[in-house]
Design a protein around this ligand. Structure first.
Ligand code: NAD
Length: 494
């Protein structure tokens, strides 16, 4: 589609910011709303319902009713499968509309909203839908006078609280396994990008997910989010977001009904490039492409680059030639690869880290400022610091923006120690043609995912999650069912 057509569609966009409870679009009980502004150009997108504890009560009650009367949990798995596949089909049928909502709401380039966000989100719903009638329970190896069944049952009412960086995909990672397992769900999207989640709820209903089974409550974290985390009738909370808020979620689960609390949190991932990496061009392209993808707003962005000293200069030469390709552009132009930063607060945070890096003595080689000021939107140049020291804040803290910190090393063990010397443990990478070194290093790296000689290859078949303060539990793959099911033992005397 041409940029002009995308702009015409954006101008005609009529997003509905009302909540979705028990199969209906509704205003917040308080009548309060907040404005959703687009980071693309500052335009007003929608008035969004500011849900709070009253709306949380209504949604949880609807979800509980739907769970207890078995309208979804009691459906044959093959029937649930058909509904979820229809849901994925509807997402594809509404691909352009969903992609446009995502781009306008959080600023990512339309090409990626189409090819990554909608595509992976519908595939996630489809994959768990497909899995619904293919998972068997177990019979334990008991003595002959007994029969012991080990069965999985849905936990009940699942609350999902998600961030704004991949709004539709994060929603899919939570709701797909939770719904496939037969739970009812109350989803709270981020206040910064709630629109695609709300539209998903309508498509799910159209596909045949019964009313009350999938509810969406937009609102602020310390209002709707907190009320969900503290609710006595929520059985499980699936949280994705910052480590700071993740800690609060776990505390709130403990303060209330000890609901199962699963956390997928922040990262400061290390990408280690050894002098014997098999393809330096590929390593540079991957390092640069992965840090600037999604404006650097990715939990697993390889934001700490460890380059072996002997290839540092060659690496940086190549990197500097690639960086201009990632300059921010109009997110509605299908050629653009870097879009807008989600909001003013995030913009300020990222620019603050850049100033901090400069003040700490890191060498700013590229970027460092805002861009496209005349667009009315929020953009930051792809930024690269060389000469970064492990003690600097830009090397220790999650920036969540297009900022790469380059550290060099001469001793691989030392690089691995530095890579591990962070509270986070989400992802890491090592580039080497020496297979033993690759295996030793990947074993030593304390991260939920370790990439070898690539960074971003990934799919729904493998688990995703963190070690240490990057969280517990895993999204994606069949392992995600562990979060949303209880194991029951039924011991039968024969
Ligand atoms: P955030 O923690 O500020 O907010 C996440 C969600 O929690 C939002 O919906 C927010 O409204 C809600 N929230 C905030 N305060 C709350 C409270 N007191 N009680 C209940 N809910 C509350 O994070 P963010 O800025 O939206 O997202 C960025 C973070 O998410 C980064 O740290 C990033 O690394 C992380 N992230 C992790 C993964 C992963 O899979 N590990 C994936 C994507 C993003």
């Amino acid at each position: 589609m041409t940029t002009k057509t995308w702009h015409e569609r954006a101008a005609a966009l009529n997003a509905d910011g009302r909540a979705f409870i028990d199969g209906w679009r509704v205003d917040a009980r308080s009548g309060l709303c907040f404005d959703s502004l687009s980071p693309v150009d500052g335009r007003m997108l929608a008035e969004v319902a500011r849900c709070d504890v009253l709306d949380v009560d209504l949604a949880v009650t609807a979800a509980r009713r739907a769970f207890e009367d078995r309208r979804w949990a009691g459906m044959a798995p093959a029937a649930r499968k058909r509904v979820l596949i229809r849901f994925a089909d509807l997402m594809l049928a509404h691909r352009d509309e969903l992609a446009l909502l995502e781009t306008m709401d959080m600023g990512k380039p339309i090409r990626y909203s189409l090819s990554v966000d909608v595509q992976l989100a519908q595939n996630c719903i489809r994959w768990y839908g497909e899995a619904t009638d293919k998972i068997y329970d177990q019979v334990a190896p008991t003595p002959e006078d007994s029969l012991a069944l080990i069965t999985r049952e849905p936990v009940g009412v699942v609350a999902a609280i998600i961030p704004w960086n991949y709004p539709m995909l994060m929603a899919a990672w939570k709701i797909a396994p939770a719904l496939a397992a037969g739970n009812s769900v109350v989803l709270k999207p981020s206040e910064k990008a709630p629109l695609s989640s709300l539209r998903l709820a309508e498509l799910a209903l159209e596909a045949g997910v019964p009313p009350g089974v999938f509810n969406v409550l937009p609102g602020y974290g310390d209002e709707a989010g907190k009320a969900l985390a503290l609710h006595m009738d929520v059985d499980c909370i699936g949280f994705t977001g910052s480590t700071r808020v993740g800690k609060q979620i776990v505390q709130m689960a403990g303060q209330s009904n000890l609901k199962r609390a699963w956390t997928e949190l922040g990262g400061k991932s290390a990408n280690i490039v050894c002098a014997d990496c098999p393809d330096l061009d590929a390593a540079v392209e991957s390092a640069i492409g992965s840090i600037y993808f999604n404006q650097g707003e990715s939990c697993n962005a390889p934001s700490r680059l460890f380059v072996e000293e002997s290839i540092r200069e060659a690496f940086l030469d190549k990197a500097m030639k690639l960086i201009p390709r990632h300059a921010p552009g109009d997110p509605l132009d299908e050629e653009t690869v870097m879009g807008a930063i989600v909001d003013q607060a995030q913009m300020k945070t990222v620019l603050g880290y850049i100033e901090d890096g400069k003040a700490a003595g890191a060498r700013l080689l590229a970027g460092g400022g805002s861009a496209r000021q005349d667009s009315g939107g929020l953009y930051i140049e792809p930024t690269l610091f060389d000469g970064v020291d492990g003690s600097m804040r830009i090397a220790r803290e999650e920036i969540f923006g297009p900022v790469l910190s380059v550290l060099s090393f001469t001793d691989l063990d030392d690089a691995v120690n530095q890579a591990n010397s962070t509270p986070y443990g989400l992802a890491a990478a090592v580039w080497t043609r020496d297979i033993s070194k690759a295996i030793r290093t990947s074993r030593a790296l304390r991260a939920g995912t370790v990439h070898v000689n690539q960074y971003d290859n990934d799919d729904i078949t493998v688990p995703f999650g963190g070690y240490k303060q990057s969280g517990n539990g895993r999204d994606k793959s069949l392992h995600a069912f562990d979060k949303y099911t209880e194991l029951k033992t039924t011991w039968i005397q024969v």
